[in-house]
Design a protein around this ligand. Structure first.
Ligand SMILES: [Zn+2]
Ligand SMILES: [Zn+2]
Length: 344
């Protein structure tokens, strides 16, 4: 079978590779992959960020945002059947470590990931532990089902802390997950959704997905612009996706006193933060990592199944798996939001 793999260390090094079709072992399932999305994590692997390099052995088939059809069950797998359509939770959790036992499996001490620690879903087939499969209704299109994993992060970010209902929300950074968070915040009852991103394609898409305002933080002073549309109060919750130090500071400065600051995208390097300002303004700082397993999936999937959130505007390209490397290039050029790869 074909795979799209990281084959060499350093920048780039993405190539089509040939593999034997993998077999499902005990407790595992094999999916015939129908659709798989390229994610920011795949881009970090492309750029060979140190935190990825530490975890990976090459060559490795990439891809962890996937929808497929179960075509083989390993021994001891209950509750799933051949022919089931499933998305995958990308965190392979052990179920026995301290965080797992404390209902924090998303923070498992032994977390593995398809496409990082085992071969992933940019391939004709992928084998994974059965306990990360989330069955979907068969009428859900595979390209939408492949986006449930990142959508889960967006919903997780909207549900933590004070939530979003009845509140003014800043979505700072409108990559695919930020865009999904715009739509999730709207669907979950936010009073006002303000989006910020320097990229015009992302701003337009944010407005299409329900943002009341799309600000360019390189053209306006963001906290002041937000003050103007919130009667000088700032937002009740700022959700930071940009991963940029200035984005972090803008988001922090845009929160009303005692509001929420939720961090999804962390800056790559340590940065300076004025803790006196934090003490005076008292935002509650919450980190968002992955999805709560399975609570977030239970909260997120009805929004999609019932048509209350439409993820289609995020899916900027559909490419055959054999042209997957182009998807990476389109993202680097700022010309793509989420490319979805389709094995033929
Ligand atoms: Zn991802
Ligand atoms: Zn664990």
């Amino acid at each position: 079978m074909k795979g799209l793999s990281k084959v060499s260390v350093g920048e780039g090094g993405i190539a089509l590779t040939q593999h034997a079709v993998p077999e499902a072992g005990p407790g595992e399932i094999r999916l015939k992959v129908a659709a798989a999305g390229i994610c920011g994590t795949d881009m970090q692997i492309y750029h060979w960020a140190p935190r990825m390099a530490r975890k990976m052995q090459l060559p490795r088939i990439l891809g962890h945002e996937v929808s497929g059809v179960i075509d083989q069950l390993g021994t001891g797998v209950d509750g799933l059947s051949i022919g089931d359509h499933v998305s995958l939770e990308s965190h392979i959790y052990c179920g026995t470590c301290y965080p797992c036992m404390r209902d924090r499996a998303h923070l498992c001490e032994k977390t593995g990931y398809p496409g990082i620690t085992i071969n992933g879903a940019f391939a004709d087939y992928v084998v994974v532990p059965a306990n990360i499969a989330w069955p979907n209704p068969k009428e859900l299109p595979h390209e939408i089902a492949a986006m449930l994993e990142p959508f889960g992060i967006a919903v997780h970010a909207c549900m933590e802390g004070s939530g979003v209902a009845g509140q003014r929300i800043l979505i700072n950074g409108c990559g695919p997950i930020g865009l999904m968070a715009v739509a999730a915040a709207r669907a979950l009852g936010a009073e006002q959704v303000i989006a910020s991103d320097p990229n015009p394609l992302r701003r337009t898409t944010a407005e299409q997905m329900g943002a009341d305002y799309g600000f360019d933080p390189t053209a306006v002073e963001l906290p002041a612009a937000i003050g103007e549309v919130t009667n000088g109060n700032g937002v009740d919750a700022a959700i930071e996706f940009s991963g940029q130090p200035q984005g972090f500071l803008n988001a922090m400065a845009s929160v009303t006193k005692g509001g929420d600051f939720r961090l999804v995208g962390a800056p790559a390097h340590p940065m300076e933060l004025d803790l006196t300002q934090w003490l005076l303004r008292c935002p509650r700082i919450i980190n968002i990592h992955g999805r709560r397993i399975w609570k977030t999936w239970e909260q997120a999937t009805p929004l999609i199944y019932q048509g209350r959130v439409d993820l289609r505007p995020v899916m900027s390209h559909q490419l055959p798996l054999s042209e997957g490397a182009r998807g990476f290039e389109l993202i680097i050029q700022g010309a793509a939001l989420k490319p979805i790869l389709l094995p033929q």
